[in-house]
Design a protein around this ligand. Structure first.
Ligand SMILES: NC(=O)c1ccc[n+]([C@@H]2O[C@H](COP(=O)([O-])OP(=O)(O)OC[C@H]3O[C@@H](n4cnc5c(N)ncnc54)[C@H](OP(=O)(O)O)[C@@H]3O)[C@@H](O)[C@H]2O)c1
Length: 331
């Protein structure tokens, strides 16, 4: 059987450690659809999984990579045929089912999304789980009456993958975007994405009152912890927060006052388990009104062999935008 290269995560002496190995299809978890991978990406979750910094892998060994785009090599399911361009994000990929960091990927047909018209395989991984999460967060905010005319929208962890894409999408939809960032050197980048105001993280005075000055019509949060608590205390009447991240902590200490006196809504965003009808709808939007027109600025391409160098950057908060992993033809 033909061998191919994969970045597999093992548990060595109780610690997670990823390395490149040669596999055959028989080594992969079962599934009806075999995909020749063209691109994958690096999300925060991938960095947690590959390094063991977070306990996200539920089964060892596991090929890493929660995202992949590529071309169907074979399918035992009538919905897909050899040659179809497809993408997969989330579900158990890269955490409990062999994932996208491999030249060949095998998954259940129920996880596979046909590449929407208007996106290339590269575009799909500039977006990946990050873009899907940003799109889902915006969609959920809109379902909760967020509109550009309501006021300012704040995006935290602004230079990160999800938030960079969210800023671009919100700006294209006409929202007035405020970016909260820890990176002083990236203000021009954030402005180029469409942020109108930038708050340096070190200048932020959070206050301690249960309700502080109401500033935001909507918020998208990749940080959690004190930052999310501060957001709850500074939302305008009926403001909505989409909470998708924990880059700054998992705790949330606030009071009920924002909820009962200002009608604040806290919306949880879980991209991995999004059901297929909503998933397809979001991907259609990502290829349409949410499609970032500056995707090349958000993304940089990393050859497959250099994948492990990206993980520490994400964990140290040093990464900007999206790392797209070129798998096909990268040797
Ligand atoms: N719920 C879901 O479905 C879902 C999907 C995707 C991602 N996520 C989560 O969303 C978050 C962002 O993911 P990502 O892939 O965009 O990661 P990322 O590219 O590493 O972005 C995270 C950003 O958060 C900021 N940050 C990092 N450490 C921080 C700290 N200690 N305190 C405050 N801010 C900090 C940094 O931005 P600045 O330097 O600009 O502040 C960093 O670039 C992660 O927690 C991830 O697990 C959740």
């Amino acid at each position: 059987m033909k061998k191919f290269s994969a970045y597999r995560i093992f548990e060595d002496n109780g610690k997670s450690a990823g390395r490149f190995v040669d596999l055959t299809l028989d080594d992969l978890d079962p599934g009806e659809v075999v995909i020749q991978a063209h691109y994958s990406s690096v999300n925060y979750k991938d960095a947690l999984a590959a390094t063991g910094a977070g306990k996200v892998i539920r089964r060892f060994p596991c090929v890493g990579g929660i995202d992949v785009s590529g071309v169907v090599a074979s399918s035992a399911d009538a919905r897909f045929r050899a040659g179809d361009a497809v993408l997969v994000t989330g579900y158990d990929m890269g955490v409990a089912h062999d994932g996208g960091y491999a030249e060949m990927v095998r998954v259940p047909a129920d996880w596979v999304v046909p590449l929407p018209q208007g996106l290339t395989l590269f575009d799909a991984m500039v977006l990946g789980t990050a873009g899907f999460t940003a799109g889902l967060a915006i969609h959920r905010l809109e379902q909760n009456e967020s509109r550009p005319e309501n006021g300012k929208v704040i995006v935290t962890g602004a230079t990160g993958g999800v938030s960079s894409l969210a800023i671009r999408m919100l700006s294209q939809l006409g929202y007035q975007v405020v970016a909260l960032t820890g990176k002083d050197a990236e203000h021009d980048y954030l402005k180029s994405l469409g942020a109108q105001e930038i708050i340096p993280r070190k200048d932020l005075v959070m206050g301690t009152r249960p309700l502080e000055k109401a500033q935001w019509a909507a918020a998208l949060d990749s940080v959690g912890g004190d930052t999310l608590a501060w957001l709850t205390r500074t939302m305008q009447q009926n403001g909505a927060i989409a909470s998708y991240g924990n880059a700054g902590g998992i705790e949330l200490h606030t009071t009920v006052l924002p909820f009962i006196l200002r009608g604040v809504r806290l919306l949880g965003i879980d991209s991995a388990a999004t059901a297929m009808p909503l998933r397809r709808l979001i991907w259609q939007r990502l290829a349409g009104d949410l499609k970032p027109d500056a995707s090349t600025q958000v993304a940089h391409v990393v050859p497959f062999a250099d994948l492990p160098q990206v993980f520490p950057l994400l964990l140290q908060g040093k990464q900007r935008g999206r790392a797209v992993i070129e798998i096909k033809d990268s040797h």
